[in-house]
Design a protein around this ligand. Structure first.
Ligand SMILES: [Zn+2]
Ligand SMILES: [Zn+2]
Length: 361
């Protein structure tokens, strides 16, 4: 089965077609996140150039799903990762994408509700963190290919209460939960799944450099404070960030008040009180984007500010936070640590996705 991956949209796609592969120039990855950068990437499979109504072009790669997964696993985690981690990742990446294709078939516009950013037009998935990282052949490695081949066709399913039929799981993942995983409804639509429960994760609080070097991509290793972090803004800096990211001029920032927190502690409704106006923002990703020049590591943080001055506005705000990512489903660093402690990929899957079954698709 083939999948269509949207790699890049630009005024004009710059590419070199080789005999069996093609090279795309200036592919942007980590869009809007703190690891945002541009690189050239080479891909197998077929290249199709879409001409968009706004005059831009989109490069779409058409390739077999299992080959797509080999590159996804190589892009998400380092080549030196323990095999059991890569196998767990192969199963969840496969389940996620097959479920997406299945639902796409059932209902053409599913992404307009499933993704906060609106749909992908002309392709099934994008190549960036929004869907799953798919960064071409240069990151491809033999262990990831082995993990995909050894779990060929394996997916996670759960049985529904009503019909007792088995459905594919929406296997979400992220870098580090920070100690506790989160519920689906904190981040996306107001629904929850029995297999995306909030679990205590004792694994990802590691500073073991040898483990992190083994499991994280080169550019992910630049982020060292993924479990516990802190960021401080002056009142003016916070005002400027909020104006740029939300388009709202709050005036002096008086307070940030968490109205709703998810099961892990991630905020999904935040009131921002300014001298000019007060607004409430959410859910999780909107809060992370609004409060950082790029994107906050997570929305699990407490808010501390300097004392109120005579003008009733604190001089600065400090956010003390935990985790890197939305926290729903598998914690990649936690799963990596489990794998180094001799847990199998089945153990890892049943820990982060309780009450699921491993099945052949
Ligand atoms: Zn996407
Ligand atoms: Zn964790």
């Amino acid at each position: 089965m083939n999948i269509r991956i949207g790699i890049l949209t630009a005024p004009q796609i710059d590419f070199v077609q080789n005999e069996k592969t093609f090279l795309l120039k200036n592919v942007r990855i980590g869009i809007g996140f703190h690891w945002d950068r541009t690189e050239d990437q080479e891909f197998a499979g077929q290249l199709e150039i879409l001409h968009n109504p706004d005059g831009t072009q989109t490069a779409v790669n058409i390739i077999d799903i299992e080959d797509y997964l080999c590159s996804v696993i190589s892009s998400e985690m380092s080549a030196d990762s323990p095999l059991e981690l890569l196998k767990a990742h192969a199963v969840i990446s496969r389940s996620w994408v097959l479920r997406l294709l299945q639902r796409e078939k059932q209902r053409k516009n599913i992404r307009q509700t499933a993704f906060e950013d609106g749909g992908h037009i002309g392709f099934d998935v994008c190549a960036d963190d929004h869907c799953q990282r798919y960064e071409g052949l240069q990151r491809m490695n033999a262990r990831a290919v082995q993990a995909v081949r050894e779990t060929a066709g394996q997916v996670l399913t759960f049985s529904t209460d009503s019909t007792h039929s088995h459905e594919l799981c929406d296997c979400r993942f992220y870098k580090c939960c920070g100690g506790k995983t989160e519920l689906f409804s904190t981040c996306w639509e107001d629904i929850d799944y029995p297999y995306l429960q909030s679990v205590q994760c004792p694994y990802c609080n590691t500073q073991d450099a040898s483990i992190l070097r083994t499991v994280l991509n080169q550019y992910d290793q630049e982020t060292a404070d993924f479990h516990d972090w802190e960021v401080t803004y002056t009142n003016r800096e916070l005002h400027d960030i909020l104006l740029k990211k939300t388009g709202i001029d709050f005036g002096d920032i008086i307070d940030l008040i968490p109205l709703k927190r998810g099961a892990s502690g991630r905020i999904y409704s935040l009131q921002i009180k300014g001298s000019l106006c007060t607004h409430t923002i959410g859910k999780e990703l909107a809060i992370r984007r609004a409060l950082s020049p790029s994107c906050l590591y997570s929305s699990w943080f407490t808010i501390h500010h300097t004392p109120y001055t005579t003008h009733h506005t604190p001089l600065s705000f400090t956010l003390i936070g935990h985790g890197w990512g939305h926290g729903v489903g598998l914690c990649q660093i936690g799963a990596a640590v489990m794998a180094t402690q001799q847990h199998t990929y089945q153990d890892i899957l049943s820990f982060y996705y309780p009450d699921t079954h491993l099945q052949q698709y």
